[in-house]
Design a protein around this ligand. Sequence first.
Ligand code: GDG
Length: 485
Amino acid sequence: MKRSLIIVSNRLPFVINLNENGEPVRKNSAGGLVTALAPSVVKFYGFWVGWAGNELTEDMTIPESDDPTAIAHKIKPSQIVPIFFSKETYNLYYNGFCNGSLWPLMHSLPTIASFKSEQWNSYVSVNEKFANSTYETVKKFENLTDKNNLVWIHDYHLMVMPMILRNLLDDANITCKIAFFLHIPFPSWDIFRLNPWANEILLGLLGCDLIAFHTNTYAVNFIDCCYHILGARVDRREMLIEYGNKSLVVRALPIGIPYEWFEKNARIAPKPFNFREQVIFGVDRLDYTKGIIQRVLGYERFLDKYPECREKVVFFQVAVPSRTDVEDYKNLKDELEREIGRVSGRFATAEWTPIKYIYNNISQCDLAGYYRDARIALITPVRDGMNLVAKEYVACQIADPGVLIISPFTGAGETMNEALLVNPLEHDMIADAIKTAYDMKYYERKLRMNALQTRERLFNLDTWLESFFEAIDLVDTVKKMQSLN
Ligand code: GDG
């Protein structure tokens, strides 16, 4: 089907850096979002609206990609709509409201969240900027009354943008659907209402035709918020919300990974570990939601409780630098490194280091090798929208199968039933789960891993995209058939 498509996300699928001559060059972003969406932008010759980093200024033009291996390589400069903001706005909007208020609250950690009206005002003005640029881009569509025109907005940075855009489009009599995907959890209503601007955010999202979440729990939480906070009419069975003359279809569309791509990388990745101990592996952005400190303490308990396992395992943690300007993240890094040092010092011998820690990015190919050769993946978020790492680990188990240990407080934990589920808040439970995984016999590992792999291979990234486009194409029918009036 022919479609006119605009993807909108806080970041573009690359950042712009200046080379030694001061010219802008593209540096690829390798995140899951880019992998997921870039092929659709290429296929439909669509547009991508977003921020390209602080080095791009309004007098520069976006360059072509000079890296044919980059996922966004085929996206032409004319398809890119850059958004500019000052360093001050970036600080208030991104470090402030997005990552100081919304991120912790949406992860049900309200005591970490702080709210400041100056930051909220900046969030709204950035959302207005995105809405205006997207509106100008919609006007470039071939047919402004085609029912397949679509703007697809991503994530918590842009939650008030849909209604601003909806009003602009309605005033100009332009037909265009607006869809939204939230990559992080949507909390229960008694947490969400702590946000001083809960009403405004929900009203912003009501500008969409379709809103999708990773899990049914998040979708139901959102519906409950609209009911309790806004007093909207809701149908929980058909997942429909009506408010005034607006109606919105809600869906749970769990994201998948490019399974075969990871499997292929696992076949060619070099051997990463040259030590004989079994590897317990973790890789995360350095973020307090990922439960990395809890993981270190659980591992310490494991070494305490099962001394026979000392010198037979190594805990290998990769922490990818993230939001390094935000105070909570700086403190987290200090605390993590202190704990790693303490636990290492307690148990290390002349021949054995119990924890290996990398604070850096690693390449996609190396990562596939780490996944493949790790005997245990230890994934312990206190809250996580989905967690792609769990899925990627499973895809890379191409030889002797390892064991996945995962927190039930992740979207992935809701479906990956054959993993070992562990509450990361209790150290003994982590210790015992590691021991169970360590002792698990080949036939049980194989049985569990086969089941996990079958599911992830089937519900991969393509399935997610297909189910999204199917849901958006059915929106008009659902609204007509299920109207609550
Ligand atoms: C948000 C939600 C949701 C990590 N380190 C390196 C590296 N990675 C890649 C992984 C994976 C991705 O980054 C991380 O994805 P997660 O899902 O674990 O976490 P978030 O970044 O928090 O993502 C999350 C996701 O959106 C998708 O909707 O699942 O819940 O928080 O793909 O492979 N990649 C490379 N080097 C690294 O060092 N190349």
